[in-house]
Write a protein of this length. Structure first.
Length: 94
């Protein structure tokens, strides 16, 4: 049982892709973020990947992506922060 739980917890940290979550204060607004996995990332790629994921999310709901705002982190630093792009969006009716 402990081995199964350990494996499950280890795999939980290996998920791919960003989680799209609705905002508690505005249920029709979603938040998505991508963080660099390491190496020397390009912020343009992080932004493009985030926009693509949000667009697919809205397409699945037969709606159009409407970006509300976005934030870019500063890059690498000694505290362990990595480049990150976060965006708030909604899926507007077509």
């Amino acid at each position: 049982m402990r081995l199964s739980l350990s494996i499950l917890l280890a795999l939980a940290g290996c998920t791919t892709g960003p989680a799209i979550t609705p905002m508690a204060t505005a249920p029709d607004v979603y938040v998505i973020a991508r963080e660099s996995p390491g190496g020397f990332p390009k912020m343009d790629k992080l932004k493009a990947d985030t926009l693509d994921e949000a667009r697919r999310f809205c397409d699945a709901r037969q709606a159009e992506l409407e970006v509300i705002d976005s934030q870019v982190s500063s890059g690498w630093n000694v505290t362990g922060n990595t480049p990150r792009f976060q965006m708030r969006f909604r899926c507007a009716s077509k």
